[in-house]
Design a binder for this molecule. Structure first.
Ligand SMILES: O=C(O)CCC(=O)C(=O)O
Ligand SMILES: [Fe+2]
Length: 352
């Protein structure tokens, strides 16, 4: 793991920032996103207090007894992608794996072979009629809805700042910038609370069980905060080597998703990433027989549900052609998520 992940400060995209500083940050952002598809970000506008609150909110949720968490159950199928998923319920896989399964008329069973040992809670916008939220009742977790929506809003604001910077980094013209912003109204973003429970190191090492296998996100981009445990790794598309994301206070990792890859006509590659053994365990495999639990909070910044995603024309000028066909976000998401939950798989098997 030779190369380290560069860091860009986006505070200049907040109040009082100068255009000169913004342009300099946009150049750095372009360098990192075009080379790697990921970058560390600082200064995205979420205060350390608000961030601490978000992690405390998540910890308090996952500390509840299972039967309480199951009062806001994720449905057995993939959509709506909302509410609580217990460990082993959701299965992550890559686009290449999904395509291979589809090509062989698979049922998705092969994709679900190894369990992802994580529990998660998904929260979206109240304005998303396609995916209504599923909340814990106040009797179990006072203020759960209100606090969750506040975090969603904070992260949405930060996402808008990141989008501004990305538009500048791609040198989009004013009309394209306006269109891209309009397509990302915030209706279809997703706040994800993740907890990876402690687990026997040997099981993780021998891959009997996993944390999160290699995959790309299919939103436009994801930004993610993690606790100090670590274990997130992102693949350098040039060398295929995985680089460690080193947790750092106040810094998040930004990774390009499939939709931004398509909007950018492939200039920014969608980042392959995974969660594996944390560095402390790798260093001391003998005494670290139990791998520590880990918390992470990714926020998926996505186009609106029915938005058409196609390469921006100004980014096709050089090569003269579009590297990607237009897709609707909802169709792409439906395809990708079909086997993430078992219920859908059973339903589609019956439907055949
Ligand atoms: O837990 C992490 O660091 C990664 C999470 C992730 O990649 C995802 O939820 O898509
Ligand atoms: Fe991911």
């Amino acid at each position: 793991m030779a190369t380290h992940i560069p860091t860009v400060d986006l505070s200049c995209f907040g109040p009082g920032g100068s255009v000169e500083d913004q342009k300099a940050a946009a150049v750095k952002l372009h360098d990192a996103c075009s080379r790697f598809g990921f970058v560390n970000l600082r200064g995205i506008g979420i205060s350390s207090q608000r961030l601490d609150d978000a992690f405390a909110y998540s910890k308090r949720l996952f500390d509840l007894p299972l039967e309480d968490k199951l009062r806001a159950p994720h449905p057995p199928e993939a959509m709506p992608h909302r509410g609580y998923s217990h460990a082993g319920m959701e299965k992550v896989y890559s686009k290449a794996e999904r395509d291979a399964d589809a090509a062989s008329n698979g049922t998705g069973e092969a994709l679900r072979k190894t369990e992802d040992h994580k529990e998660s809670f998904e929260i979206g916008s109240e304005k998303n009629d396609f995916q209504p939220n599923i909340y814990l009742p106040d009797s179990i977790y006072p203020g759960f809805k209100q606090d969750g929506l506040r975090i969603y809003h904070d992260f949405h604001q930060a996402g808008c700042r990141i989008l501004d910077a990305l538009c500048m980094s791609l040198k989009l013209d004013p009309e394209e910038t306006a269109r891209l912003k309009q397509l990302h109204s915030g209706q279809n973003n997703q706040l994800r609370l993740l907890h990876y429970p402690p687990i026997e190191t040997q099981k993780l090492k021998s891959e009997v069980i996993g944390r999160m296998p290699p995959h790309q996100d299919w939103s436009s981009f994801t930004f993610l905060f993690q606790d100090s445990v670590g274990g997130l790794e992102l693949q350098d598309p040039g060398t295929k080597e995985y680089l460690r994301s080193i947790p750092e206070q106040g810094t998040c990792i930004l990774n390009v998703g499939d939709m931004l890859m398509r909007y950018s006509n492939g200039i920014y590659p969608s980042a392959m990433h995974r969660v594996t053994l944390p560095p402390s365990t790798v260093q001391d495999m003998e005494s670290d027989t139990i791998t520590k639990g880990r918390y992470a909070i990714p926020y998926f910044f996505a186009p609106d549900h029915e938005a058409l995603v196609e390469p921006m024309s100004s980014l096709c000028k050089g090569s003269g052609h579009l590297n990607y066909e237009a897709v609707r976000w909802c169709d792409y998401g439906e395809y990708m998520s079909r086997h993430m939950y078992k219920g859908t798989q059973e339903v589609s098997v019956e439907a055949n």
